[in-house]
Design a protein around this ligand. Sequence first.
Ligand SMILES: NC(=O)c1ccc[n+]([C@@H]2O[C@H](COP(=O)([O-])OP(=O)(O)OC[C@H]3O[C@@H](n4cnc5c(N)ncnc54)[C@H](OP(=O)(O)O)[C@@H]3O)[C@@H](O)[C@H]2O)c1
Length: 277
Amino acid sequence: MIAVSAASGAFGRLVIDQLVARCPAERVVAAVRDPDKAADLATRGLQVRIGDYDRPTTLKDAFRGSDRLLLISSPELNSVRRAEQHRAAIDAAGLADVGSIVYTSFLGADTHADGMTAAHHVTERVLAESGLPHTVLRHPFYSEAFLNEGLHTAVSSGHLIDGTGGRGLNTALRSDLAEAAARILTEDGHSGRAYDFTGSLWTYGQLADALSRISGRPVVIRDRPDRAPGVQGWLEDQIRSGGLERQTADLRDVLGRPSVPLDRAVASLLSAAALGK
Ligand SMILES: NC(=O)c1ccc[n+]([C@@H]2O[C@H](COP(=O)([O-])OP(=O)(O)OC[C@H]3O[C@@H](n4cnc5c(N)ncnc54)[C@H](OP(=O)(O)O)[C@@H]3O)[C@@H](O)[C@H]2O)c1
């Protein structure tokens, strides 16, 4: 049996779609905070169980009988609390005799213990100290994060603001990362490994070209003189330190095909109408 925590979220649902294509639905456990949000999964034949990171007693029951657990990281923003939630899940997996844990971490979490990777860094250590067989999937930023309101602005203004200095970015679609997770959960030979997952490189120049093609309006990149805080600022720091570009494309190895780069995916993810053609 394979259990997936935080299964009602966008990533969890994509993994579940991939899992039920590979094994019977009744062999998949969707551990969710609120079963009402997963009623459709129960209808599809999955076992839906309550598994709330803030209520550790629910987790042991949720994971019971599972050979493998996909521990999807919590969306909690407070790093200390997030790490405690993950620790509760790992402890519960041990108590429930789960065979092995696959954890969704983030690129750089092995070496960086602060900011966005703080809780992942702690969780990777807790996993190592748990003695439980495990696999770490270090995710890049989801490509979907770049498909935001800024693209509409770019199409209407004709300028896509680029803070990368023209360098390539590694992001990956949730769907590619979900397929990789499902493969790892259903195949042997992944225990004891940490995968630095990256997608195919893309640049803002390629994204601007894709926007032009889809919208039928010219869009060109414009360098951003300042640095905004938040995700983009963090990303730029990573690019400066070589963090993102340095990673190898292990996603290709697991998928057996190249992952879909954002500039190509943008056409299927954003309709011309949505871009204000
Ligand atoms: N790599 C990236 O770029 C990136 C970007 C965003 C997030 N992430 C990480 O990846 C994870 C999955 O992403 P996503 O897109 O699937 O996020 P999402 O759609 O927001 O889903 C988050 C999931 O976490 C569940 N959850 C929240 N609090 C919980 C708790 N106390 N106990 C158990 N489950 C809880 C939610 O349950 P409900 O349905 O009950 O709310 C939901 O199922 C996120 O949680 C976050 O750690 C990564």
